[in-house]
Design a binder for this molecule. Structure first.
Ligand SMILES: [Fe+2]
Length: 343
């Protein structure tokens, strides 16, 4: 994408995020990564009259696996203090799950993560409609006490929902202290620490993140009292177990966030070779009617588990019930007020 077009989509983003004249914005990058994002956001912010600067951290050596929650900000408390004073932080590093992000949000700074490839940002722009529908989903989820997920492949799992807040992601943020991720379009919460039980069968065509892989043969998870107690299947199950084992952290077997996708602009097939622009898989997390569960940390929701071992697994064709009311049936959203036209 050329820099002019990049600036235009960033301008749309900042308008959707309520940026106005005189607001203090910081765009955060690291090493030589995403400097073009910083330029595009700065140009867009200036056009809206924001007071804006670019904070660039030194490069860090790659950590190998996708270890969430560890950031270059940890060693720089002065930088964290500066970010707490901003109205909005545009995070082009990926601070999610870090204590630094939590401290910055708690100080009232709203945060927008933007790390996905520009072509994906452009294809999944935030819209008022998606925001409205996701907020309706968020309200339903926040009132629910029990979530049950089933599938024709044998999934039948129950999450008790008495502990954690509901998080909405609609790809822009105009409220103090609120975080969002561009692109997105889904809602989630977490089950009680000891309140997830049942079986999940990840079926062919479901997606493993951060592996960025379509599952080829089923993976069966057994879950008891909030913990995965068994993972079995073929090659894909072996890969998952080997990946998780490398963290050498039993807390990776905890149950993390759970919810459903609502973005009609996100495509299930968006990760096939030749289509996939790279990145961390926000498109498969968001596709309309997916049901996504995850394993590992729940500190993002305020929970005690801060393991860096985290998988997100969006699934097709599932049914999801909140207090026995159908929300998603066979991979399609059935609540009228949340439905959107797939393009
Ligand atoms: Fe996740």
């Amino acid at each position: 994408m050329d820099q002019f077009s990049f600036t235009e989509i960033c301008l749309h983003q900042l308008k959707m995020s309520g940026v106005h004249e005189g607001e203090k914005l910081v765009v955060l990058t690291q090493g030589s990564e995403r400097l073009d994002y910083a330029d595009a956001f700065m140009a867009a912010g200036q056009r809206l009259g924001a007071k804006m600067y670019h904070m660039r951290l030194p490069a860090v050596p790659p950590v190998g696996a996708w270890a969430v929650g560890q950031t270059g900000l940890a060693a720089m408390p002065d930088a964290v203090e500066a970010l707490k004073k901003a109205d909005m932080l545009i995070d082009c590093i990926f601070l999610l799950f870090s204590p630094e992000q939590m401290a910055i949000q708690a100080a009232g700074t709203r945060i927008l993560t933007a790390v996905e490839p520009p072509e994906l940002l452009a294809r999944m722009l935030p819209t008022k409609e998606i925001r409205e529908k996701v907020e309706i989903g968020g309200e339903l989820l926040s009132k629910a006490k029990v979530m049950r997920i089933t599938s024709p492949h044998g999934t039948d799992v129950t999450y008790k929902l008495n502990t954690y807040p509901t998080i909405t992601e609609y790809a822009c943020t105009d409220e103090a202290g609120r975080w969002d991720h561009w692109p997105s379009g889904f809602v989630f919460t977490g089950g009680d620490d000891d309140g997830v039980d049942g079986q999940i069968v990840v079926a062919q065509g479901d997606i493993l993140l951060p592996q960025n892989m379509y599952v080829r043969d089923p993976i069966t998870y057994t879950i008891e009292k909030g913990w995965v107690t068994d993972i079995r299947g073929g090659l894909d199950a072996d890969l998952v177990k080997s990946y998780m084992g490398a963290f050498n952290d039993p807390r990776g077997m905890g149950m993390s966030h759970v919810g459903w996708g609502m973005n009609p602009n996100a495509k299930w097939h968006g990760m096939v070779p030749g289509e996939f622009p790279g990145g961390m898989g926000m498109e498969p997390r968001s596709f309309y009617g997916n049901v996504m569960f995850s394993t590992g940390p729940n500190n993002e929701l305020g929970g005690p588990n801060d393991t860096p071992c985290h998988l997100d697994i969006p699934m097709r064709g599932c049914s999801l019930f909140l207090d026995d009311e159908p929300i998603v049936i066979d991979g399609d959203i059935v609540v009228k007020e949340m439905q959107m036209e797939r393009h």
